[in-house]
Design a protein around this ligand. Structure first.
Ligand code: FAD
Length: 578
């Protein structure tokens, strides 16, 4: 085709102008200077920063204009893309390759023809069908206007109830708490941040409790009633009620597929538009990208929704490439790499969780826990990171997932592992890769290297580690804590005895060689050193992975009964210990 001939230039129409739509438009322009490109956006802004909205509520992001990354003028000037705000695409006439557009201001409807169409209609906040959910005191957070309303209300209210303890719910809760609002977080399931394994969110629970957030798990809101006082009465399934000034509904989002469905495009079981590897819908002239589509998980190929800005932007770009030249670039799927920072605690994850792998039915994988410092402790300001790495239990050692929490340096470790997973890497790669070390940024044995070493040890020495959930309290097994006496006195696993690592060579004779020994220390390092001593002396030993720190997180998250952890109790007796 002669692209310079205006009669033959391509006409690309894009529905939705945020992450996926804006990215598709920008890439299409870079690939085709002559095409006519139009974005139809029903809202009042194009390409705004939804991820920043919770931080606008508290004023961390002070100016609304900071959230407006682009505007129609800039789109025209920089990219020669025509952006039509307040224009809702109401139907697609696939047989005629046209869309019908409603101008929401003039209420006029027009038809526009396309050569290729991109659907980037995103997702919409879900409101569960309960009494009073449509009340004006119940607010969702999806647009800049929502954030402006919450910020304004935040200036006068004293209390707020956040429904839903996912990423957005907790970010909103943190920002409301930061401006002095008393926040209650209510979650229907038994866990906050359900995309993580439960023990990995234990520090977030502790941080939220320190911030005096009222967390109510296993709590379902069944009704909402606006009272004459201006407050909202919240009714729970358990028959109790609570009065609050405002309700933030953060219970998830649903792909906006109405337009696609009405046009006869295929929508999948997860509720998103079905696309092929080139992000083509079931109509070859219509592509789709972003929160509105279903994607495959890179590790297990499962079909999922992955409503995140990074994938949405990448998909927009890939759709554009394939529009410009058919089947140029395949979409590689997602790893679910994500992070949240709230209440002074950062959590990050990539790949599959243990819950997704289904521990009860799957014995093909193993996990390790570790608690390295984000940088060497001799340099001021270090803090601990807790990491969990999940990997195939075979000589290949493919990495399946990783999660981490801490204060600083958490995201960097997860991003590193995400790249390793993308490249099909193994725990042996984590062990060997050379990573940055300067005192303020790391350690000669980088946390990611240590994770690889532990995982490699676990694969090569199959009975080296025991997981907290498999830890035995049977009388045939000795629990030997090798921390110092004072540490053991302060907090310990119920039934454990204590010989400090430094005393072990002189005191192992008191241990019963006929009994299996479970070795415990705070993080696993001293227990591993004790294992090396005792195993070479003929003892049958295993090391508690992640040590007492991980065990405590299992207790905090309710996976292990509280009675298994004792605090401030008298010292274990001396004599014939095991
Ligand atoms: P959207 O951003 O939903 O945009 C779709 C657009 O299409 C909308 O503007 C809509 O008005 C328009 N539209 C829909 N239908 C039509 C129609 N028929 N005609 C015309 N226009 C239409 N992701 C992260 O990765 N990290 C984060 O930290 C993060 N934080 C978030 C915080 C909040 C509060 C929210 C709400 C989301 C957050 N996300 C985050 C998710 C991220 O914002 C989305 O994944 C991303 O915006 C998806 O982009 P999208 O283009 O697919 O859809």
């Amino acid at each position: 085709m002669d692209r310079n001939n205006p009669e033959k230039r391509m006409r690309y129409l894009i529905v939705g102008g945020v992450a996926a739509g804006a990215s598709a438009a920008a890439k299409l322009r870079r690939l085709d200077e002559h095409a006519e490109i139009i974005i139809f956006e029903k809202g009042p802004q194009v390409s705004f920063a939804s991820c920043g909205l919770p931080y606008f509520v508290s004023g961390v992001i002070p100016e609304k204009s900071s959230l407006e990354i682009m505007n129609p003028e800039k789109f025209k000037q920089i990219l020669n893309v025509d952006v039509r705000l307040h224009h809702e695409v109401v139907s697609i006439l696939t047989d005629r390759k046209k869309i019908r557009v409603l101008n929401l201001k003039s209420e006029e409807t027009t038809e526009e023809s396309y050569d290729k169409l991109v659907l980037a209609t995103g997702a919409e906040s879900f409101r569960p069908p309960i009494k009073g959910i449509k009340s004006s005191a119940v607010i969702t957070i999806r647009t800049i206007e929502d954030a402006v309303i919450i910020r304004e209300r935040g200036k006068t209210i004293k209390s707020a109830l956040v429904m839903g303890a996912g990423f957005i719910g907790l970010e909103v809760a943190e920002n409301l708490a930061a401006i002095g609002v008393k926040v209650t977080v209510v979650e229907k399931s038994s866990q906050l941040l359900a995309t993580f394994d439960p023990e990995m969110i234990a520090p977030m629970i502790r941080s939220m409790k320190n911030a005096e957030i009222d967390i109510r798990l296993d709590t379902e809101v069944t009704g909402l009633e606006e009272l004459e006082s201006g407050k909202v009465k919240v009714e729970f399934k358990a028959q109790d009620t609570l009065e609050t000034d405002i309700v933030l509904c953060c219970v998830g989002a649903r792909p906006r597929v109405g337009l696609a469905k009405n046009a006869g495009l295929l929508v999948g079981e997860r509720g998103g538009i079905v696309v092929d590897n080139y992000l083509r819908t079931s109509d070859p002239d219509i592509y789709a990208a972003g929160d509105v589509i279903e994607v495959h998980h890179r590790i297990d190929s499962s079909i999922i929704l992955s409503p995140l800005a990074g994938p949405a932007t990448l998909q927009g770009r890939i759709a554009a490439k394939n529009i410009e030249k058919t089947e140029t670039k395949e979409y590689c799927g997602v790893l679910g790499t994500a992070a949240i920072e709230a209440f002074g605690c950062t959590l990050a994850q990539t790949g599959l969780t243990e819950r997704q792998l289904n521990r009860a039915e799957n014995s093909d994988y193993r996990t390790i826990y570790l608690h390295p410092d984000n940088h060497v402790t001799y340099f001021p300001g270090s803090s601990t990171i807790t990491m969990k790495v999940i990997f195939e239990n075979n000589s290949r050692g493919r990495i399946l997932g990783a999660q981490a929490n801490g204060v600083n340096g958490v995201v960097r470790r997860i991003d590193t592992i995400a790249m390793a997973i993308k490249l099909g890497g193994s725990v042996f790669d984590l062990e060997e890769v050379d990573l940055v070390y300067t005192p303020q940024f790391g350690a000669p044995k980088a946390p990611v290297n240590v994770a690889g070493m532990l995982a490699a040890n676990r694969i090569q020495e199959c009975n080296l580690f025991v997981d907290p959930l498999d830890f035995s309290f049977s009388s045939d097994v000795c629990i030997l804590d090798v921390r110092n006496k004072s540490e053991h006195e302060t907090e310990r696993i119920a039934g454990s005895i204590n010989i400090a690592l430094g005393d072990l060579r002189n005191n192992y004779i008191y241990l019963n060689p006929a009994r299996k020994i479970q070795l415990v220390c705070s993080q696993g390092k001293r227990a591993y050193a004790a294992h090396c001593i005792l195993a070479q002396l003929g003892f049958n030993t295993v090391v508690l992975t992640g040590g007492l720190n991980t065990f405590r997180d299992f207790v905090t998250s309710g996976l292990i009964p509280k009675t298994r952890l004792e605090s401030h109790s008298p010292d274990a007796s001396a004599g014939h210990l095991g």
